[in-house]
Write a protein of this length. Structure first.
Length: 278
């Protein structure tokens, strides 16, 4: 059975996607409209007080580069753009699930978003906020496995604990596909733009990405750095090997790594001290 067939078989077993607020469903339609305004979108998100508070907390965190400066949803939309805000709303909703059962993965995802933002701003890449959002969502496939395929998730976890293999290796053993492929399917179901879905799909294999290679490379490298620093728990204790191709895609060999790593440490510590959660 091919991986495409395996993924199709798995998706048929999924009874339901992680539940998202009605606001998110409306937001997905609204983002696609060329006539929608920031005020209209802000009014929709603000109609859910809990969700809007979480979104403001996220956009005011250090990895979006505007700490403590965004006071309203409309302001956030103007500064960050529709697609970034859509990703942030999705993050705030999906990671509610992690707060209850996958706290370590939420912390890992936050750390990866922070490091992605730091790297992309250091390299003066365009739209670093959107790269951070892609990083925040890069492991959503693991959330779907945990929520909708709980028996398989338990078998994957047992395999990791029993053999010491990586979480991804265990996924391939149990499911035949990994969380990146499942995340790619979920991103398609949620109608995420390519700027978010492609880094989700290829964050373990940046050389295979046909488009947006630089963005994929940033998320890939950030994922490994966060694992090396021991921030959160991505499912195992392994530090992922950084692809040489990813290093070359963004010209990391031209970067002075000492100040970059110091900045990364400072940013991670700042968020940890604030105990940021959504």
């Amino acid at each position: 059975m091919s991986r495409a067939e395996q993924l199709k078989a798995i998706t048929k077993r999924i009874q339901s996607l992680p539940s998202l607020p009605q606001v998110v469903q409306k937001l997905t339609t609204m983002v696609e409209s060329p006539d929608v305004t920031a005020k209209e979108m802000g009014r929709l998100i603000s109609s859910d007080q809990v969700l809007s508070a979480k979104v403001l907390k996220l956009v005011n965190s250090p990895f979006y580069g505007f700490p403590g400066r965004i006071s309203s949803i409309s302001h956030a939309i103007i500064l960050l753009g529709f697609n970034v805000i859509k990703g942030v709303v999705l993050s705030a909703s999906v990671f509610d699930l992690m707060e209850r059962s996958m706290v370590g993965l939420w912390e890992h995802s936050l750390g990866t978003a922070i490091v992605s933002g730091t790297i992309s701003r250091t390299l003066k890449m365009s739209e670093p906020e959107e790269i951070s959002t892609a990083a925040l969502l890069h492991d959503i496939g693991k959330v779907l496995i945990r929520v909708s395929l709980s028996g398989d998730y338990d078998r994957i976890d047992s395999l990791v604990r029993g053999t010491g293999c990586s979480f991804r290796e265990a996924e391939l053993e149990v499911l035949g596909v990994d969380h990146a492929e499942i995340g790619s399917w979920l991103a398609e179901e949620w109608s995420l733009p390519e700027r978010l879905s492609i880094p989700i799909s290829f964050h373990h294999d940046p050389a295979s990405a046909i488009k947006l290679k630089e963005r994929v490379a940033v998320v890939h490298i950030a994922d490994s750095i966060v694992r090396a620093y021991g921030v959160g728990n991505a499912g195992d204790q392994w530090v992922s090997h950084i692809s040489p191709a990813a290093w070359e895609f963004i010209g990391m060999d031209t970067v002075d790594l000492v100040p970059l790593m110091r900045q990364i440490m400072t940013d991670l510590e700042e968020v940890d001290n604030r105990q940021l959660s959504v």
